[in-house]
Each structure stands twice: as C-alpha cells, then as structure tokens.
Design a protein around this ligand. Structure first.
Ligand code: G3I
Length: 349
C-alpha cells in the first residue's frame, strides 16, 4: 500500500512538503507523506525569502525539519531552489540607497547564499534545483534581475557555486511548460552550452503542472526524448493535474479576479468532483505514469506538488479560492481513483 515502494527500482516518488508540516512535529510513519513518498521537496521553505530574508540573516528551522522528515521516512531530500526571480527579497538586487547593485556584488551575494545553504546540507541533500524558470516559452532567456545585472552567464555561475559547495549533490535545471517544443529546445541549448563549459546538469526538472486538457502525452514524450538525447536525465519535479478551466486571459496579466467574479463557471466543482472528471483525471495520471515508466532508465524521480487536494497551490492559481482536485489524495486524505490507477501500473494483479 505504499506508492513509493511499488515504484522501487523504477524511480523515486516524491512530494512537496508545506511549511505548516515543517513547523510541526515529525509525521507518524503511517501518514501519507511518510508512507507513500521517498523524496521530499520543501514547497517554499528553502526559497531565498525564507532562508535569507535579510542580508546575512539565515533561517534554517524549517529546512532542518525537512532533513529530519526525510531521514525519519527513509527518503531523499531535494533542494528547491537556489536562484529564481520569484520569492527572492528585493534587497538581494539593491544597495542601501535602493540602487541596483553591480554584477560583482550580485555574484558575491549569490555565491554566499549558495555556499551557506548548500554547504550546510552537504551530503544530506540528494540534488538541488539550482536555477528555476530561467526560460521564456519561446526558449529565449527570461529577463530577470539576475540576468539583467549579471548577464547570461548567471546560470553558469549558479551551477559552479553549487558544485563547489557540495561536489556530490546532483544539480538540476527546473522549469514549467517544457512540453512546448520551443521551450524544451531552449533547455536543450542550455544543457549543451553548460556542458561545453564543463558543467554537468544531472537532470532537467520538468515541473509538470498539467491539466486534464493539456498537454498531449506525445508532446511530453517528445520533450523527454529531446532532453535525454541532449545527454541529461529528466526528473518530473512538481506534478499536478488541474481539472479546472483556465481563464483565457490568465497569462496576459489582465485582472482575472474580475473575470472570475463575472464567470463562476471557472469554479465549477465546489460541491465535489463528478465521477466522469474523477475518471478522466485517473486516466491522465495513468498515461503520464505509463510514459514515465517507459523512460524510467532516464527518469530519476517523479514528485507530486503536494499530498492532498486541499493542500494544492492550484486552488489559488490563477484565481484565489477555487476548489481544485489536482493530486492523488482527496481532501480527507483518502486515495482517489488516480492514486489507484498509478499504483496498479506497477502492482502485479
Ligand atoms: O504563508 C502565507 C500566509 O501567512 C498568508 O496569509 C497568505 C496570504 O497571501 O500567504 C501565504 O504565503 C503563500 C505561500 O505560497 C504559502 O501558501 C504565498 O502568498 C504564495 O505566494 C505562495 O505560493 C507558492 C508559490 O510557489 C510562490 O510562487 C506556492 O505555495 C508554491 O506551491 C509555488 O511553487 C512553485 C514552485 O516553487 C516553482 N514552480 C511553480 C510552483 C507553483 O507556482
């Protein structure tokens, strides 16, 4: 009855751990997080704003608890994430006068942060999401303060510092929408360019924030193959499958709160998920895991972005307060049809 055990010898099955859990005593061994998963990523607690909220002020209590949970539950720890443009305090990029710092200053701050965080957990964190979401959907490099101030080589430096801080940890590049051909082409270019500088990317993390309506399994497979052909492994790092419709203007920066109030159709399942959608969700999970199993030789881990539906960030994106059903356990912690579909793929009759 353990998902992770069922997948032993194939790949790790992980989960994101919420900050609330990291502020509580160790979970009992028969709780879902301990029983069903053997890789643990902090959903938020290892991000810059939590680890180093102010210059030189580090806060490791929740990260330390993540290490304890993994040990207690016989799992690995995945570090998320060292360099990202979100959840990074403004002070990182500015001086006392509020002016943008120089390339040298920002590189020094990046180095100090990575050395302190990665160094503290040396030998205890199996792998790090070194750089998160550096690509636009068209495969070009995203405009972020990191890139604007340091230059395109900020990615290279982040990997170098992480390697120096813990030579034995795996290092990942992590991003969403990697089922889009242009974006995965950008990731392939990045991996090859880093390789040409002697920097190994052990795996590209495909976040896997999917929907009942996208992506096509064949698109995911093409991306996996493209990455493997580029000489790197793949990890599915933040898997969830929303069942809710996405407002068409969700990505345009428009005020979608407005359109939501005007169109309650965006929150259709407040009273529970109908059987048909429950089965569709199970089918989607089944085909995704079947695909991951097909490439298991190059897929080291599949991490779900949360444990129960009630925990999921999906309930709050792109609109706050919806009722989504994106994970394998329901709000009561019971196994959903999707859980059984995934488990049965590797459980003999
Ligand atoms: O903890 C506070 C709470 O005290 C406060 O009352 C509440 C009101 O806004 O906010 C709470 O913090 C929220 C936090 O999640 C914990 O729930 C933040 O506002 C919210 O921004 C934060 O969202 C996180 C998001 O990253 C931030 O970008 C999500 O939990 C987390 O699941 C999500 O994870 C990201 C990955 O790191 C990278 N890939 C995409 C993925 C989904 O966005």
């Amino acid at each position: 009855n353990s998902l992770a055990n069922a997948y032993e010898g194939k790949f790790l099955v992980g989960t994101a751990v919420k900050s609330g859990t990291l502020k509580s005593p160790l979970p009992a061994k028969n709780t879902p997080e301990c029983r069903d998963f053997n890789a643990f990523t902090a959903e938020n607690a290892m991000k810059w704003q939590h680890i180093q909220p102010e210059p030189g002020v580090f806060s490791f209590a929740m990260a330390d608890q993540l290490i304890r949970i993994a040990e207690h539950c016989n799992g690995k720890v995945i570090g998320h994430t060292l360099v990202w443009h979100q959840q990074t305090p403004d002070w990182v990029f500015t001086d006392d006068a509020g002016e943008e710092v120089s390339r040298e200053v920002l590189l020094a701050r990046m180095k100090a942060h990575i050395y302190t965080l990665v160094g503290r957990y040396k030998g205890q964190v199996a792998g790090w999401d070194v750089v998160n979401e550096a690509l636009n959907d068209d495969g070009s490099l995203r405009d972020t303060p990191w890139r604007r101030i340091i230059g395109d080589d900020y990615i290279e430096y982040a990997f170098k510092y992480a390697r120096q801080a813990d030579p034995s940890a795996e290092l990942y590049y992590n991003d969403y929408n990697l089922y889009k051909p242009q974006k995965v082409a950008g990731a392939v270019r990045l991996v090859k360019q880093l390789a040409s500088k002697g920097i190994k990317v052990h795996a590209v993390g495909m976040q896997g924030h999917y929907s009942l309506f996208y992506p096509a399994i064949s698109d995911v497979e093409q991306s996996i193959t493209a990455l493997i052909n580029a000489g790197t492994n793949v990890a599915i790092t933040e898997l969830d499958v929303t069942v809710l419709p996405l407002p068409e203007n969700a990505h345009t920066g428009a005020d979608i709160t407005q359109s939501f109030t005007a169109h309650p159709v965006y929150d259709p399942y407040v009273d529970g998920l109908p059987e048909k959608q429950q089965q569709d969700l199970a089918g989607k999970y089944e085909s995704l895991f079947a695909l991951f199993l097909k490439h298991a030789g190059h897929i080291s881990r599949v991490t779900l972005w949360g444990i129960t539906d009630g925990d999921s960030w999906r309930n709050n994106w792109p609109i706050r307060g919806r009722t989504d059903y994106p994970l394998l356990l329901d709000r009561e912690g019971e196994h959903k049809a999707a859980y059984h579909a995934v488990a049965e793929l590797v459980t003999p009759e």
